[in-house]
Design a protein around this ligand. Structure first.
Ligand SMILES: Nc1ncnc2c1ncn2[C@@H]1O[C@H](COP(=O)(O)OP(=O)(O)OP(=O)(O)O)[C@@H](O)[C@H]1O
Ligand SMILES: [Mg+2]
Length: 293
């Protein structure tokens, strides 16, 4: 059953960013395709299909992310959220379909092209992925290690500034092994922001944290997006947190985008799998296979 039939806009199927959709079963609700007064999407995903090994993970994925938005991707464990993020940042190429960043098709770029585009993107990985043998400062500054146009003093200053932003001031010389899970997440966020990216991806920023720390991290992402004027794509199965922090979000399930809408539209959505996901998540951790029973 389509999201559009339920009054919440479904993913459109336009072939290129910014162009009118060629096929649409119904007029979308405001949340699915917000009125941005003709604004070009920063990120545009068009009919992406992707398999991992023998598993078809994603089918017919299409959506836009506009400048300044906090856009959420929710779905159960194993629904393909991390797989999708890797395609968005160009770490993997889709089997078919396109990912446009500022109108440029990154799915066809070579490594040099991808490195250029990735300078405008920051990635906060699901498991923080800090280098255990490096100090906090070296981890945060990692992406700038080969930059000849920036002095060591400037790098040091930027690291200090970012550790301040994520409320980790004074921890430059500490090692990852001495940090709590929440602290590691914060260092991961600082590292993602080092080169002042226009678009920041967060993969499960609050997983494995206690509820208070989880809300803390959520608040931090919102603050960072406001202060730095950046756009964020946040992936999570923590639905309540996601509903509280995003401007719009989509749900991945059964390889496809089930629905795209504002948090209010998603809360009111009566597509059975969306309803179950949004209502259950507080009480029962779930996976794609359990939910089908
Ligand atoms: N390297 C791989 N080879 C084959 N299948 C894979 C591989 N990596 C992931 N998968 C499968 O792809 C599907 C999507 O995985 P993915 O990690 O994207 O899910 P996810 O939504 O991020 O899950 P989680 O919430 O647990 O992080 C899963 O069924 C997983 O088993
Ligand atoms: Mg994941």
């Amino acid at each position: 059953m389509s999201g559009t039939e339920h009054g919440v806009a479904e993913a459109e199927s336009d072939p290129r960013p910014g162009e009118p959709p060629v096929e649409r079963r119904d007029a979308p609700a405001p949340g699915g395709q917000p009125d941005r007064a003709g604004a070009e999407p920063l990120l545009s995903v068009r009919d992406v299909w992707h398999a991992l090994g023998d598993t078809q993970v994603l089918e017919e994925i299409s959506f836009d992310v506009f400048p300044g938005e906090i856009f959420g991707i929710m779905g159960m464990s194993g629904s393909g959220k991390t797989t999708l993020l890797r395609l968005l940042i160009g770490l993997d190429r889709p089997d078919s379909g396109h990912v446009f960043f500022k109108g440029e098709d990154i799915s066809v770029l070579d490594e040099d092209g991808l490195n250029r585009v990735r300078k405008s993107m920051g990635m906060c990985f699901q498991y923080s992925a800090l280098f255990d043998s490096m100090t906090v400062a070296c981890n945060v500054a990692f992406s700038m290690r080969n930059r000849r146009d920036v002095s060591p003093e400037q790098v040091e200053e930027r690291v200090r500034e970012l550790l301040d932003v994520v409320e980790m001031e004074g921890t430059e010389d500490r090692m990852p092994a001495d940090l709590s899970g929440g602290m590691k997440k914060r260092v991961g966020i600082a590292r993602a922001l080092m080169e002042q990216p226009e678009l920041v991806f967060y993969d499960e920023p609050s997983s494995g944290l206690d509820p208070l720390m989880s809300r803390n991290i959520t608040g931090l992402i919102k603050k960072v997006s406001d202060d730095q004027g950046s756009t964020a794509v946040v992936v999570s199965h923590d639905v309540q947190n996601l509903l509280g922090m995003t401007d719009r979000l989509l749900m991945l399930h059964d390889r496809r985008v089930q629905v795209i809408g504002t948090p209010d539209e998603i809360r009111r959505c009566d597509i059975p799998i969306v309803e179950r996901f949004v209502r259950w998540i507080d009480t029962e951790p779930d996976t794609e296979s359990r939910a089908e029973r």
